[in-house]
Design a protein around this ligand. Structure first.
Ligand code: XCC
Ligand code: SF4
Length: 620
């Protein structure tokens, strides 16, 4: 859908407010960037050394080599590998922070968090070969945290969670030499290989890209998910509300945006503090209203049913409501534009991570050791700020939609009665045609939520069960697809299964690191059936992706054997060699491969055709 900003009525109303007020958003800045750099779009520019920058002329008239002699194929492959490395690093560093928090809790150094899921702690300990017999929870947690931190630099051969993978898949990775070793090691090696004068073979570079991404999916992201569950509780189905209408006209509104639940969990706890609630009332507010955005929003909506104000492209729009006392951020997906925008209102833009500082932000350092007190201080500042709200400038769209989220692997299993068998049976008898994972961001190149929502609807209508994470899941929340009632939009078979189990046809499985939950289910399904992940009637899609993390995700999903459709074009079209590797040869190498399709209806058709082909091959 060209020429429209969003399908979300709340976003459209806020964009009008922005225009009327002369306020700039990502959509305006995107237009101001037109035409975007053609070399960049194709992946054909290189700045990897100071003989450059170099660029390759895609039309063949100008230079076909960089100063060093690098061809377009080499440059495109190197650039892609660096994107994967950055994405894998972001997810994995997030994972490390969670594990370090658990380690501190176990050692008694961190007092404000407790271990919420002891069963999961013990299950993970057993997975790591740590004895749980007669050991205290603290002792197990300490050993487990140490073992998990080892994964970042392990020399034991490959990552622990690889043992969740069917043996056929492991053999493929071993044969190709892409078994992920240490989590940090693969990122470091990616940076080494793309340094001047190292790896100059496009296929060799891409193969390492797959290995690096696997260290994210089966390493950093997976540990982020599992250890968040141990510390904060494994999600169970929970109801909540979504979209900008969750902001309150009367209460102190605090938006928490970013990724790591270490911060958002503590804000959730502090926002319930009776002393702070009375302080808010003393300022004339009705109370404290905490709302989430992006993935940290997903973390707390999954675990606490905290309202989610929106997905990636709504971060500026939330400020433009004029109703935010504070935007509190940690890391990832936070627009540097927020500082200047917040300054147009009374809104305080509060950064908290030493890794992520922003122009125009107040920095309140948050760490695990002073978590609750810092969270209280942040909330106090927001309360203090409430009288500064200019009520005449407040505009909060009415839109809110209810959702049910919280579908961890454990929650799905319990909905199925404890085993995957009912799901497998439903797939075998074609009530469920297959499973599609829709994940990833918003991107102003795409009408906001248009691809997400239309693809999800097209798939469920054809009996494809949709599982989602990240901003895709928030798009579905806003569109009402995360409700059991949405079964009426599903095909007859899927609708029947949803009604029998009380499930929505689109399952919210969490934040972007929680794509590891999807991998875990896929691996378990494959093992149960005695096949490889690549044999399953399963597909992935990132319909509106923008971040490097999404590139890493796409790569590990494909490397895990799953066909993946991208809804925005990755910067690889400058190289036929790389494009062919990703969209064709990958199929023979790892079973999974990429397609690029910007039309959500056609993308859904590609997925359905893939699922049908996999069903036929399985003889079901
Ligand atoms: Fe960021 Fe995770 Fe993308 Fe949303 S989906 S824009 S990465 S918040 Ni991860
Ligand atoms: Fe140019 Fe080669 Fe240096 Fe890249 S590495 S900037 S292509 S000389």
């Amino acid at each position: 859908m060209k020429g429209t900003s969003s399908i979300d009525p709340a976003s459209l109303q806020m964009l009008k407010v922005a225009r009327d007020g002369g306020l700039e958003t990502a959509w305006d800045r995107y237009l101001a960037q037109q035409p975007q750099c053609g070399f960049g779009e194709l992946g054909l520019c290189c700045r990897n050394c100071n003989m450059g920058p170099c660029r390759i002329d895609p039309f063949g008239d100008g230079p076909q080599k960089g100063v060093c002699g690098a061809t377009g194929d080499i440059i495109v492959a190197r650039n892609l590998l660096r994107m994967i490395a950055a994405g894998a690093a972001a997810h994995s560093d997030h994972g490390r922070d969670i594990i370090e928090t658990l380690r501190g809790v176990a050692a008694g150094e961190i007092k404000d968090y407790t271990i919420k899921d002891e069963n999961k702690l013990k299950a993970l300990a057993r997975e790591f070969g740590i004895s749980t017999e007669g050991e205290t929870v603290q002792a197990i947690a300490e050993k487990l945290a140490e073992a998990a931190l080892e994964e970042f630099g392990t020399r034991k051969g490959y990552l622990q969670a690889i043992d969740r993978v069917p043996s056929k898949r492991k053999e493929i990775w071993e044969k190709l030499g892409i078994m992920p070793r240490g989590i940090d090691r693969e990122v470091v090696e990616a940076m080494h290989r793309t340094h001047f004068g190292v790896d100059n073979d496009p296929a060799n570079l891409i193969l390492h890209g797959l290995r690096c991404s696997l260290s994210d999916g089966w390493g950093g992201s997976l540990l982020a998910t599992e250890f968040s569950d141990v510390l904060f509780g494994t999600p169970r189905p929970v109801r909540g509300r979504s979209n900008l209408g969750v902001l309150s006209k009367e209460a102190v509104n605090i938006l928490v945006h970013g990724h790591e639940p270490i911060l958002s969990e503590m804000l959730v706890a502090a926002a319930k503090d009776p002393g702070l609630i009375s302080a808010a009332r003393a300022k004339g507010a009705s109370g404290i209203n905490l709302a989430g955005m992006c993935c940290t929003g997903n973390e707390i909506l999954m675990r606490h049913g905290v309202p989610v104000a929106g997905n990636f492209l709504q971060q500026e729009l939330a400020v433009i409501t004029g109703a935010l006392e504070a935007v509190v951020v940690d890391v990832q997906c936070i627009m540097p534009a927020l500082g200047q925008l917040a300054a147009c209102y009374h809104t305080k833009f509060i950064s908290t991570s030493p890794k992520a500082k922003f122009p125009g932000a107040i920095h309140i350092p948050f760490n695990e050791h002073n978590a609750l007190e810092t969270a209280r201080e942040i909330i106090r500042q927001a309360i203090e700020n409430y009288p500064n709200r200019d009520k005449n400038r407040v505009f909060i769209p009415e839109e809110t939609t209810a959702y049910v989220a919280g579908f961890s692997v454990e929650a799905i299993l319990s909905a199925l009665g404890g085993t995957l068998t009912p799901l497998i049976e439903a797939v075998k008898n074609k009530k469920i045609r297959g499973i599609a994972a829709l994940v990833g961001c918003n991107n102003p190149k795409v009408t906001q939520d248009y691809n997400h929502v239309n693809m999800a609807k097209a798939l469920i209508a054809r009996d494809v069960l949709v599982v989602e994470t990240g901003c895709a899941a928030i798009a579905s929340a806003k569109a009402g697809l995360l409700l059991p009632e949405a079964a009426e939009l599903a095909g007859a078979g899927l609708a029947e299964v949803c009604r029998a189990l009380g499930l929505p046809p689109v399952l919210h499985m969490g934040s972007c690191v929680d794509i590891s939950r999807i991998l875990t289910v896929a691996a378990a399904l494959a093992r149960e059936l005695g096949v490889d992940i690549a044999d399953l009637p399963v597909a992935g899609a990132a319909p509106e992706w923008m971040s490097e993390k999404a590139v890493s995700i796409g790569a590990y999903v494909v490397a895990s054997g799953i066909f993946t459709v991208l809804g925005t074009v990755p910067p690889v079209l400058g190289s036929n060699v790389v494009a062919d590797l990703l969209t064709r040869q990958a199929k023979d190498l790892v079973g999974g491969y990429f397609a690029v399709e910007t039309d959500p209806f056609k993308a859904a058709e590609l997925i359905i055709a893939h699922i049908d082909a996999k069903r036929a091959a399985l003889g079901i």
